[in-house]
Write a new protein. Structure first.
Length: 542
């Protein structure tokens, strides 16, 4: 087979609720996305991953789906969806749909039926258990609401499982009819001409809840192989599984073409570099650049040669990259946003850009928990307070890691509500929109946007960025990343200073052509040099 499209592609993630509102109800929608396709084409991305737009009661902003084959009316209609697929296609952009099949909403017809009628065929689509000693079968807890993951169903006298919120009911993948129903649904979307699926918590579908094994169950890879064969099969199609549990070796197993599973997975190793390994997500430590570097390099070295990597700094569940790893203000915001872009887009794999990242959008602090929408953050806040955190320390943790940081509306221009909506936005717009917005970025030749545009174009047209072999340059200070990519006789070198301090580095002595940099003047002569604050460049060796 020729090279799959996603190996030379850059994907852009849209969180539809916050991208563009077209009708003034304060909620982003599909016609809004269509109206911004020119912008996305200008940026140059190859595909758009849409967070869920399906019918949903929104207990978790669409990650609780009640009908996989219907569009949530808040976002539009199926006709709008078809229009979006076609309008994007006309611009050479593919649509990647979010596939959330670890659980459904409790309002999905399968679960409504399963609950109403224990003899129905869909009863076994979910995980049920008789009480054990009059209680829930074990002590599994529900991530998003705290408390037991087992909920008692009075009429039938059985418990059912929900590992996320009480409205996200876990599916039982051991049931072959359930698997067939999912594959049929996937084929419905594939037949519409979409370009791929992003698969929510895919490492959980093979769970063994009675053994308390939630990820990497014994049949996980069998299911994915079966799914591959029965749905997209040999089509040129992107699949990316979200796998919080995965390390590089797992990533290789999922993405090795010989196994016929997925194109790639999202793994999060590098995103633990400011937290204790195995610790609480909400308990942060100062960023360790060496851990971050090691995690990225492990993926390059272990997954890169045979499998395929995804490359990303942030998404709708994570803080904004520039606030987390760079600086939120002033010139350092611009420098560090570009530095992060250059660092990531030099690596081998498929880069993902989260909406607004190309503008250097920042986290958006709140003062009280009432201003937070995110179901996860609200629960964590309660738990932190119950465990003794003060209002101040709890809010500091929320501001650091709440998922709302990434979910504030896209900042289009300096007009009312940042041009996102003429009505009251569902989540407050970050007040810095008068400075940080797309219109300003487009008007400025040296904007963060222009750096992204350049990096995307380089990836699409240079085989060395797509397939070049990765090699780390190890003899550099802790806060510096330096590596090369080599294909045949072409070598590119990427170097970034992850620090706001000038840092001396001894790069190999050679003459180069500068391809991208975040400072105007970069010498064409490499060698021992002093990197300026957050300085980064990508150069071709001559
Ligand atoms: O997230 C997976 C997941 O495990 C989350 O609990 C994740 O750890 C957390 O959001 C990080 O703050 C996926 C989706 O990306 C997320 O938006 C959904 O809420 C979740 O699955 C349930 O579908
Ligand atoms: Ca709307």
């Amino acid at each position: 087979m020729s090279q799959p499209w996603w190996q030379s592609a850059v994907v852009y993630q849209i969180y539809p609720r916050s991208f563009q509102d077209s009708n003034g109800d304060g909620i982003g929608d599909l016609p809004g996305i269509i109206s911004r396709l020119d912008y996305l084409q200008e940026l140059g991305v190859d595909a758009l991953w849409l967070s869920p737009v399906y019918q949903s009661p929104n207990a978790d902003n669409g990650y609780d789906i009640s009908d996989y084959q219907a569009i949530n009316p808040e976002y539009g209609t199926m006709a709008d969806m078809d229009r979006l697929i076609a309008a994007a296609k006309a611009r050479g952009i593919r649509i990647v749909m979010d596939l959330v099949v670890n659980h459904t909403s409790d309002e999905h017809a399968w679960f409504v039926e399963a609950k109403a009628n224990p003899d129905s065929p869909t009863r076994d689509y979910y995980v049920w258990s008789d009480p054990v000693d009059g209680q829930a079968p074990n002590d599994l807890t529900s991530g998003f609401i705290g408390g037991s993951a087992w909920e008692f169903d009075e009429p039938s006298g059985q418990y059912f499982l929900h590992l996320f919120s009480a409205k996200q009911i876990d599916l039982n993948w051991q049931n072959p009819q359930l698997r067939q129903a999912i594959y049929a649904m996937m084929n419905f979307w594939i037949d519409k001409g979409i370009g791929g699926f992003r698969m929510d918590v895919i490492d959980m579908i093979g769970k063994e809840p009675f053994k308390k094994q939630l990820v990497n169950g014994p049949y996980l890879h069998d299911y994915l192989h079966e799914m591959n064969r029965q749905t997209w099969g040999d089509r040129d199609f992107l699949t990316v599984g979200e796998a919080w549990s995965a390390g590089p070796k797992d990533a290789l197993q999922y993405s090795d073409p010989a196994n016929q599973e997925l194109s790639m997975i999202f793994q999060f190793g590098h995103l633990w570099a400011d937290r204790q390994v195995g610790g609480e997500k909400w308990e942060t430590t100062p960023l360790s650049v060496s851990r971050l570097k090691q995690a990225l390099y492990d993926c390059q070295q272990i997954v890169g040669p045979k499998g395929w990597n995804s490359l990303f700094w942030n998404n709708h569940d994570l803080p904004r990259a520039v606030s987390r790893f760079g600086s939120s203000t002033g010139l350092n915001r611009v420098l560090s946003a570009k530095m992060l872009a250059i660092t990531l887009h030099g690596l081998k794999g498929t880069p993902y850009i989260y909406q607004g990242e190309e503008l250097g959008m920042t986290d958006c602090p709140v003062t009280t928990i009432d201003q937070v929408d995110d179901v996860e953050a609200r629960t964590i806040y309660r738990q932190l307070r119950a465990k003794g955190d003060t209002e101040m320390t709890a809010m500091a943790k929320i501001n650091r890691f709440s998922r709302d940081n990434a979910r504030t509306p896209m900042q289009w221009d300096a007009s009312f509500n940042a041009g996102f909506s003429t009505g009251q936005p569902w989540l407050a717009v970050n007040p810095n929109y008068d400075q940080i917005n797309a219109a300003t970025a487009l008007a400025e030749p040296a904007s963060i946007f222009r750096t992204y545009q350049r990096l995307i174009a380089l990836r699409q047209t240079n085989p060395v960025l797509q397939m070049g072999v990765f090699a780390a340059i190890d003899a550099v200070p802790e806060n510096v990343l330096a590596y090369t990519r080599t294909l045949n006789d072409v070598t590119w070198l990427i170097c970034s200073n992850f620090s706001a301090e000038p840092t001396a580095v001894a790069l190999p002595t050679c003459t180069v052509e500068v391809l991208v940099s975040n400072y105007a003047a970069v010498s064409e002569q490499l060698g021992p040099m002093k990197l300026r604050p957050y300085e980064a460049f990508m150069v071709a060796l001559k």
